[in-house]
Design a protein around this ligand. Sequence first.
Ligand SMILES: Cc1ncc(COP(=O)(O)O)c(C=O)c1O
Length: 436
Amino acid sequence: MIELSDEIQSIPHSPTLWANDMVWKKRSEGETVYHMGLGEAPFPVPDRLKKALAQNAGEKEYYPAAGIPELLETIREYYRPLVGNYVDECDLIVAPGSKLILFALQAAIKGDLLVPNPSWVTYVPQSKLLQTESIRVPAQLDDEGYKIDPVILRETIHAARKEGKNPTKIILNSPSNPAGTNISEQVMEEIAQVCKEEEIFIISDEIYGLVSYDGNYTSMTKYAPEISAITTGLSKHLSMGGWRFGVSFIPKKIEGLHEALCRYISETWSCVCGPVQYAAIEAYKRHEDIEQRIKDCTDIHEHINSAICEGLRAHGIDCPKVKGGFYTYPNFRKYRKNLEQHNIKTSGDIHRYLLENYNLVSLPSTAFFGEGDDLCLRLSGCDYHDRAADALKGYQAGEKLDRAFIEKYAPRILESIAVFGSFMNDITSISTPKAA
Ligand SMILES: Cc1ncc(COP(=O)(O)O)c(C=O)c1O
């Protein structure tokens, strides 16, 4: 009998892609669906990049595993004003998406993975595929940001070692998916100190770094450059996930790491396809139109996600202030008793209730390595009803965005906020509960 491996069997379908498939099916059957499940930035590819891709369609060779030197140098110079001399202390790698680099980095660093709760959906399944342990590090979310207590981090590392685990690497992500908030510089410094003392390698997932609403790019590499790798790419700030283009900065101080990754690439994806590499050069040349596009999209993301956060708060729901990315991460803990009366006990139950009663798709905290009883949901603010291109055209640089803008370009966002009002009525009313 031909059997599948335990590792592959333990991996569920990615919850975000599952949500997307389900919405697609329901919409094709004519149903109105509120899609807060998938964080796909909806804006179109900038014309300059489309043109560059077409002009390079004939570039068909196998290229160096790490990437075309001209591209790597252009990216290095793009990041210099953002992360300073760190760029000179690193080698660069490009890949078909940063997801693959995250996997390669996890594979390259021996030992178990420290994963803050909540964290992006993919880190833990990747760790499972590599047969390493994922060790949960509690994080606290509030209006000041995403906090990891350095004392708790150290205790978690020591406790794991006592249990025979081998924590050697941590993945951090700021601005955070799913939390929609940032790790402050002070917290970064404290985490970096613990990681240096405990010899923990930092994988700093900075894919939303250019979607920080205050316009500041903050990087873990400021505090622990010699033990930190950055992963990033074009998927978020330029809304180009489907182009599959990721970047990583690999610290030279970790001996042999860059060479090991190049060997790994040579045995897996070989190289990023030529047209995409040449077109990507244009994305990193600091063309004024591209830089303006990044700023405009970030402003629109801020406006939409702040409206969701404030709309939920107006319905009495706790939601940490959003500071970057495409998401909000509300929690319903203070309604635990009301929810229990309706047989809603976990974040998965809330997710199901909203789906079954309101056709609203969210994701439960369990998709993000959270404990189900934390009663958190991740909501994505990307449901533009095919009007994102118009929203971008209709937006004037620096314009103060108002409710009329959302009504015009993303009306389903306002309707989704209203759904939460109905949900709160359901759970705080004493009438017969709907089925959870
Ligand atoms: C936090 C985070 N990291 C990494 C990725 C992977 O992005 P890509 O593989 O498109 O570069 C995503 C995509 O959703 C993400 O949200």
